[in-house]
Design a protein around this ligand. Sequence first.
Ligand code: MG
Length: 259
Amino acid sequence: MKEKSILMKSAVCLAVVALVLAVSVYAAKDKYDVHDGTRPRPPVITPAAQLGQSPSDAIILFDGNDLSQWRRDKGEAKWKLENDYMEVNKTGSIRTKKPFGNCQLHIEWATPKVIKGSSQGRGNSGVFFMGIYELQILDSYNNKTYADGQAASIYSQYPPLVNACRAPGQWQSFDVSFVRPIFDGAGKCIRPARITVLHNGVVVHNNVEIKGRTEHKKKAKYRPHRDKGPISLQDHGNPMQFRNIWIRELPEQPYLIAD
Ligand code: MG
């Protein structure tokens, strides 16, 4: 009789635990009611006072003063520092010292005023998210090349929706929202990366799914990597200029994670 009552009590306890778990899973899935007063308000930030400035919660990666946020494979970044910009000088690609996952990036760039070369040889550089996924930079102003390699393409994967390139020597901007890929324990990609890109204020990629690594003449495939990686800027041998680079780290949003 005593054993029976202990068994009964255990069964009740288990049922209670199961109920609590079920309720919390349900609650985690849809935690707040519509217009729920207990839902935390987002942090207040100060947006840029005017164009060319950054919001208050941005990490400044380059403001024209120094390259202290950047490095190259063999030590300190050596790109030429001039007025408010830095210039590629064949000392190798550079990358941020700090790694990033989901992020918003703002970057301004200019291709050389004096046109030299053609196709991929003219004003080539690139922004690599996590050091792997390239958003192409190229002088695509009256410069024909393959569509998935022109300025603002996701290299080897997607041409931009439109060619919004400015003329050589003029400052241009990318504003990007990047969602990192997620891999399972076996190294399988269970959530591909996604990217939205504005080129000179024009949407050229609207939340597209990145198919894998953006390699030259290779079909994209994912290979596992860490949750965070650097922002890299490519030295492709052309004297490209960069200025006003800032980034905001973005948290995961529940709807982006698969069940
Ligand atoms: Mg490139």
